[in-house]
Design a protein around this ligand. Structure first.
Ligand code: ADP
Length: 518
């Protein structure tokens, strides 16, 4: 084993290179995080803007709905007023022609206390308003007394004259009053409005004249006419219209808002994922740096331990020879010291080989020769355990790979020594060498033993350093094999053969034909 201080610094350099590579890999992480920070802020702005737009749209929709509703209400009201004016005109005319004139010619004068005259007027009024959604027709005399009323109970009452009646005696033209059962804003929230909830009262001066349109006429004054109409339906229509406008604008702005929020949410999710990824890379960087540092420390400690261990084992060996057979107690202790020191020394060497991979030389290596060499070294063990070796394929042909003989020897030795240990007292180790079809220009080396096979539940851990199922194992054999094969640009596949036993496949690039030495 090479124990020069140069190698120790090599180990340090390797570890530092590892850490640098890791750093470079994620060097962009902080920049990415900064970008993410900016994006988080801009999403915050988008969200606030969306809310502001939503509030503005709702406020605007309310204003628009109220304005349109008002306009509609006004239109409907002016339609009712025109109708009322026409009706008042008509009443004024018909009363004059069909009641006043005949009464004066028959009775000499109008006197409504006369039941016959009263009935005649009632007949005229009722014939006009029939089917017209008009009720409570009253006629006030100059002394504000109800001289005529469709509601018989109101007759001759003096307390029913509203301020509008007073005004009608003074001003000319119709006066319209809205009589509401509930405030307008409350009606907005009622699903259905009972009839007579909203009524319009028209107060109109009765005049003696004979023309069809009397709005500008100015004949002698007879009294004041008053009637009410149910305008609940018109108000209801205006409210429905208002509700429709409000509903449609609220719904469309709500949908727009939901859409916008969904988009923002999706973008935020994507951003969160990116941030999590950046954080993961950051953590990985720290972990790499920590491991690299630890690796440097452990490698230097292992290196320091190896020399004293060598001294301990060779001293124990020397003392063993000296102690001879006469002192069995001392011999046992010395043997234990020697065995343990050897085992520890092997572990330390394995660890240093694993932790400090070196660049393999690139020379033509004949595979069959290296396998034979390792088998020779394993010979006594194979014989003792009655393990047969079957050499198959092209193993005895001069097949070459470019690489490092010592490293490949180490790798093949580890694989075969594992197989021997797995088979125990007896078995067969089959080694097959061939040219591989996929990938081309590679050789395939297959090691198959008749042991128990790789532990099924631990296939994923076999290449982890320090994973072992043996009492005296180091768990570094297969990781070393893997690192050697990788450094030769080859591949290692571990599995169990269908007929049982472990199967290890090694693929290595072959030396281009014609370049192999004779
Ligand atoms: P170690 O031999 O020191 O345990 P390795 O890395 O060489 O370390 O092997 C790891 C584990 O893989 C072994 O403990 C054993 O459980 C399993 N293993 C390796 N080779 C074989 C094999 N040929 N047959 C069965 N199991 C094996």
């Amino acid at each position: 084993m090479d124990s020069s201080p140069k190698n120790l610094t090599d180990a340090g350099k390797e570890a530092a290179k590892d850490a640098r590579a890791a750093k470079e890999k994620i060097a962009s992480a902080p920049a990415r995080q900064k970008n993410s920070g900016d994006e988080v802020r801009s999403f915050g702005v988008v969200r606030s803007l969306a809310w502001a737009a939503m509030t503005l749209t709702v406020a605007l929709s309310v204003i628009v709905a109220l304005y349109l509703g008002n306009m509609a209400g006004k239109t409907l009201l002016s339609k009712s007023q025109s109708f009322a004016l026409l009706l008042a005109d008509n009443l004024n005319n018909q009363i004059y022609r069909r009641f006043t004139l005949p009464t004066v010619s028959i009775f000499g004068r109008v006197d409504l206390s006369n039941p016959e005259q009263y009935r005649a007027l009632d007949g005229v009024v009722r014939s006009i308003i029939q089917g017209l959604n008009v009720d409570d027709v009253r006629i006030f005399s100059h002394n504000r007394m109800v001289r005529y009323a469709t509601n018989a109970g109101e007759r001759d009452k003096t307390d029913l004259a509203s301020p509008s009646v007073e005004r009608a005696f003074i001003e000319d033209g119709p006066i319209y009053d809205i009589l509401d059962g509930i405030p307008y804003w409350q009606a907005f929230f009622h699903l259905s409005l009972a009839s007579e909830t909203f009524r319009m009262r028209t107060t109109y001066p009765l005049r003696i004249e004979n023309r069809v349109s009397s709005s500008t006429a100015d004949g002698p004054f007879m009294g004041v006419l008053e009637f009410t109409q149910d305008i609940t339906r018109d108000i209801k229509n205006a409210i429905r219209f208002q509700q429709l406008v409000l509903g449609v604008t609220l719904l469309s702005s709500g949908m727009l808002m939901v859409l916008l929020m969904l988009l923002v949410r999706r973008a935020e999710l994507a951003l969160a994922l990116r941030m999590a990824e950046a954080q993961r890379l950051q953590r990985e960087l720290h972990q790499h740096e920590k491991l690299a540092g630890m690796g440097r420390v452990v490698a230097s400690i292992a290196h320091e331990i190896r020399n004293p261990l060598g001294i301990i084992s060779s001293s124990a060996e020397l003392l063993l020879k000296r102690a001879g057979r006469e002192n069995p107690g001392t011999v046992r202790v010395l043997e234990a010291i020697y065995d343990e020191a050897k085992r520890l020394s092997r572990t330390v060497s394995d660890f240093l080989d694993y932790a400090r991979p070196r660049q393999p030389r690139q020379e033509p290596v004949e595979i069959g020769q290296v396998i034979n060499q390792a088998l020779t070294f394993l010979g006594p063990d194979l014989a003792e355990r009655e393990i047969g070796v079957v050499r198959a394929g092209l193993l005895d042909e001069p097949l070459h790979v470019p690489g490092d003989r010592d490293f490949l020897y180490r790798a093949f030795y580890n694989i075969m020594s594992n197989a021997v240990q797995a088979m125990g007292a007896s078995g067969t180790l089959t080694i097959t060498l061939g040219r591989s079809e996929e990938p081309e220009n590679f050789i395939t080396l297959r090691f198959h033993d008749t042991g128990g096979g790789f532990p099924k539940g631990s296939m994923a851990q076999l290449l982890d350093p320090f994973f072992t199922t043996k009492d005296d194992g180091t768990g570094l054999g297969l990781p070393i094999v893997n690192s050697i094969i990788s450094s030769h640009n080859g591949s290692l596949t571990l599995g169990n053969a269908p007929d049982g036993g472990a199967e290890v496949l090694v693929q290595l690039p072959a030396l281009p034909s014609g370049t192999a030495p004779e």
